[in-house]
Design a binder for this molecule. Structure first.
Ligand SMILES: NC(=O)c1ccc[n+]([C@@H]2O[C@H](COP(=O)([O-])OP(=O)(O)OC[C@H]3O[C@@H](n4cnc5c(N)ncnc54)[C@H](OP(=O)(O)O)[C@@H]3O)[C@@H](O)[C@H]2O)c1
Length: 185
């Protein structure tokens, strides 16, 4: 029996399901201290953080977390000085998981959009979806591509086999509400 590898997504979204503005930047309305603390705690608990190349380049890694950077520039799965780099078109996830997580573990996925979509196809075990109620971003990056067709992320997670397992107010201002979607409910 192979060791379990659990995949956990993390996104903070506006009412219109955006994670970033039209310039690809995180808008101020989506920056929330309570959500940041929750996010950092979950990253600390993860074995690996799997993120897009732009996010990797934009965010330093002061804690030296093990990163898996998704990029079409990677020659399959390769170890570079800063991280593991992975091209999903060249190496399937099952090979990556076997190589990087031989004893199992937890993979945190902080996006962006195409990385969220990639792991939606692979299969999330949990997705931590934070909503900033009342925040509108307008044109920008959706959490999942299908949100651009008017499909809510909650509907996509449900369709992918997850169920709402927990919901709590992270910040009464907004309010900012965390919903934890889980496969094991
Ligand atoms: N609100 C939130 O929760 C949240 C979450 C995540 C990000 N963000 C924000 O969103 C912005 C960055 O997100 P982003 O989507 O622009 O960038 P990103 O996901 O960090 O990076 C995009 C890059 O990842 C690589 N990539 C993604 N999927 C791939 C695939 N299936 N195969 C091969 N390569 C793949 C590509 O790199 P190559 O070009 O090298 O091929 C692509 O250009 C930032 O402002 C960030 O703060 C917000």
């Amino acid at each position: 029996m192979p060791a379990p590898v659990l995949i956990e997504g993390h996104a903070i979204v506006s009412d219109d399901d955006r994670i970033a503005d039209a310039e690809g930047r995180m808008p101020r309305v989506l920056m929330n201290d309570a959500d940041w603390r929750h996010f950092q705690m979950r990253l600390d608990a993860a074995t690996i953080t799997a993120l897009g190349r732009k996010g990797h380049e934009a965010h330093a890694n002061p804690k030296g977390r093990t990163r898996l950077v998704v990029s079409s520039s990677a020659a399959g799965l390769e170890r570079r000085a800063d991280a593991w780099w992975w091209n999903p078109a060249a190496v399937p996830w099952s090979d990556v998981a076997r190589r990087l997580l031989p004893e199992g573990g937890r993979v945190a996925v902080p996006g962006g959009t195409d990385v969220f979509d990639l792991f939606l196809g692979i299969g999330y075990d949990e997705f931590h979806l934070t909503r900033v109620i009342g925040a509108e971003v307008g044109p920008g990056a959706p959490v999942f591509r299908a949100c651009d067709d008017g499909i809510a992320p909650e509907a996509l997670l449900e369709k992918a086999g997850l169920r709402l397992a927990d919901q709590r107010v992270l910040d009464p201002v907004g309010p900012v509400i965390l919903s934890v979607w889980s496969r094991s409910v």
